[in-house]
Design a protein around this ligand. Structure first.
Ligand code: TYM
Length: 332
């Protein structure tokens, strides 16, 4: 809580082209809080460097991610939209929280295990302590809710544990945040392997639908999506491919699984895949249009970055001051 107001906080890494997983699992849900909460949505570039980035691409994607936030309906007048590395309090609190985070806890993080398997030549300390930086992001703003996809739940739970540990020693420091996972968009799976999460870092571009893919590409990717044996459209654990497509269809149309099963009763996979492609392309078209209009005005994006960083810093500074005081750091 900040004063009387509840706080929503979340972040997205500018580490690749954003996918419909990022959209349905996270960004689309951010604006639900804009009216009643104080909201902070961050482009987390400092998290992105835990794996090697090409500097020019990281810079470009930082602008793009900010533009996408706005294109997805986040009004900068109602939400604080900013870039993590522009608010130095994040890195500072992260160091402090590192001293309240246990080696064993970090060792259990599945994202660390996955990423260190994928980048075995670069298992750096930042990759390991990533959750302490993420906890700093969240706790700096006295956050109540963190809307994320289900893959981030473990990190938010660790953040709660860190905050509770800190509060036990230094009472009343942090608000304890709660992860909010949207019902259907919680985990969108790869179109090539429906047992794997759809990920912006997937090397197979056909496995992933990007928010900025054009209509033909979207429809082609869905046509090629892996489905299961049999031919019925049914939401079931033995049908992970079809179930994933149904989830996407449901997210974009608002229809329930039963309604979708009825709608496609007696029709084959071909028809269904085309329908999923069409609703996805229809839903993304206005987002893409707004995005392209926003991206050409680089100066306006930079203005927004400055304004967002100032707003964020004002809140972050207060929490950091309180933390340092409790720890016994001299502040003149
Ligand atoms: P990142 O950049 O990997 O993903 C951004 C958001 O998208 C969600 N997401 C998905 N949801 C459903 N299905 C998918 N296939 C899918 N793929 C991604 C993620 O759950 C996430 O909500 N560590 C975070 C970024 C972060 C953060 C934070 C989030 C840094 N600090 C503070 C919340 C609060 C990450 O790597 O997200």
């Amino acid at each position: 809580m900040l004063g009387e107001q509840k706080v929503s906080y979340s972040g997205v890494q500018p580490s690749g082209n954003l996918t419909i997983g990022n959209y349905l699992g996270a960004i689309r849900n951010f604006s639900e809080y804009s009216e009643q909460y104080k909201t902070f949505y961050c482009v987390v570039d400092q998290h992105a460097i835990t794996v090697r980035q090409v500097p020019a691409e990281l810079r470009r994607r930082t602008y793009e991610t900010l533009a996408l936030y706005m294109a997805c309906g986040l009004d900068p007048e109602k939400n604080t939209l900013y870039v993590q590395s522009m608010v130095h309090e994040h890195a500072e609190l992260a160091w402090i929280l590192n001293c309240f985070t246990m080696f064993g806890e970090l060792s259990r993080m599945t994202q660390f295990k996955d990423k260190s398997a994928r980048h075995s030549d670069n298992i750096n300390a930042g990759l390991f302590t990533y959750p302490a930086l993420m906890a700093a992001d969240i706790l700096l703003y006295q956050t109540d809710v963190v809307p994320v996809g289900s893959d981030q739940k473990q990190h938010v739970e660790l953040c709660r544990d860190i905050a509770e540990r800190f509060n036990q020693i230094h009472p009343g420091t942090f608000t304890i945040p709660e992860p909010i996972i949207s019902k259907h968009g919680m985990r969108i799976m790869s179109l090539a392997d429906p047992t794997k999460k759809m990920s912006k870092s997937d090397e197979n571009a056909n496995a992933v639908v990007y928010i900025l893919d054009d209509r033909d590409t979207i429809i082609r990717k869905f046509k090629r999506a892996v489905t299961d044996s049999g031919s019925e459209i049914r939401y079931a654990p033995d049908k992970p491919g079809v179930s994933n497509l149904m989830t996407i269809y449901s997210c974009f149309t608002g229809k329930t699984m039963e309604e979708i099963e009825r709608e496609f009763d007696g029709r084959g996979y071909g028809d269904f895949k085309l329908a999923v492609g069409e609703v996805t392309a229809d839903a993304l078209a206005p987002v893409q249009e707004r995005y392209h209009a926003l991206l050409i005005d680089k100066a306006a994006l930079e203005e927004q970055m400055k304004k967002g960083a100032e707003e964020a810093s004002r809140c972050a500074r207060r929490t950091l001051y309180k933390v340092k005081k409790k720890l016994g750091f001299v502040q003149l």
